[in-house]
Design a protein around this ligand. Sequence first.
Ligand code: NIG
Ligand code: FE
Length: 435
Amino acid sequence: MKRIDLLVTGIGCLVTPPGNVPRCGQQMKEVHVITDAAVAIREGRIVSFGPAKEVLDLLADVEIAETIDVGGRMVTPGLVDPHTHLVHGGSREHELALKRSDVSYLDILAQGGGILNTVQNTRAASEQELYDKARRSLNEMLLNGVTTVEAKSGYGLTLEDELKQLRVAKRLNDTHPVEIVSTFMGAHAVPLAYKGCAEEYVDFIVNEMVPKVAEEELAEFCDVFCEKGVFSIEQSRRILLKGKEFGLLPKIHADEIKPLGGAELAGEIGAISAEHLLAATDKGFAAMAEHRVIPVLLPGTSFNLGLAKHARARDMIDTYELPVALATDYNPGSCPTESIQLIMMLASLNLKMTPEEILTACTINAANALGRGRDIGSIAVGKRADLTIFDAPNLAYLPYHFGINHTFGVIKNGSVIVWNRTIVTKEAGKEEAAL
Ligand code: NIG
Ligand code: FE
């Protein structure tokens, strides 16, 4: 072995799911725990990890440029948030009173509020304003321990405004240490200009938007809000198949409120993931299992909408052996939070997932929901050195001690970017207020 750029020592316990592929069913509980561990990093990748003594023996004659001691804390793979609506204008706290008086999410949307209110604010905002707002949220996510984030468009709903959102996401990816993975979601709602003519809007999406997004290489995935009163199964199929034709892999907001059959559609068209799934049926789960679709569950959304119903994570894991992933669904309507640690707690409380399953869902399964299982999502030799350092003695402590941020530090691509709960730059070695 040649030189080591960074040696991370003093790891009280290192916890990681193994391997690169989605962990299904009971495999989700099997995480590796190494006490008194160390991780060696070169050129942004992990070159060795294991019990500190073994790693240090291996490095006996190797030059080590920098060593950091994490003081006995717990280290996991950098967390991955595979479903967010990161880039948008404005906020919707004015809808709180309506929500509290039991006006439903879909009724607020049908009255021209909800997503359509955020569409107005997003169209009115400049690229710089959208960038500044999203960057603040991204910093919150980073401070929570997240190193890779998916970001959907879907608050523009015109060609120019959708491209504007996607360009902001691209610029964030280029300038912020957290990696941003973009999804085109022009089919998030039917815009007011097409009220009563949803089919014409779908024509516009497939004929104009998808080809342009693909041509400008602004997204890797295509998503649709497949829901009663929004986009039907037929419309969703048309949009997602057109996206696939143009190289945008399908994702789908499926069976969130009504059991329309979005989970079955995800199986049929070979979607990489299907999200929400509160109302999905056993037939839908079976179709997903058969076609290896990853369920991305969003317990913050059901919690914040005050729903009594939750996604059937136990059935998905125990009966259908699906590889469940978790995400924030960060958005200004149904889930205004950047906190993946809150989501971990809600997955424990409402989805009855174990701490080990939760870690797997927030790391390797989430990475696979973004097509990045070979690169991130577990601590393994050759993978990107993305690590989260927690002020916690063990995994169960995270959902147990709730409502606070346990993240002490974050390493992204082998660089320390959060230390002592503060964003730092490696070059400056001090707090970078501008981030
Ligand atoms: O995933 N359900 C549709 N889309 C988002 C909510 C977007 C919004 O309300 O602004 C979701 O929950
Ligand atoms: Fe969403």
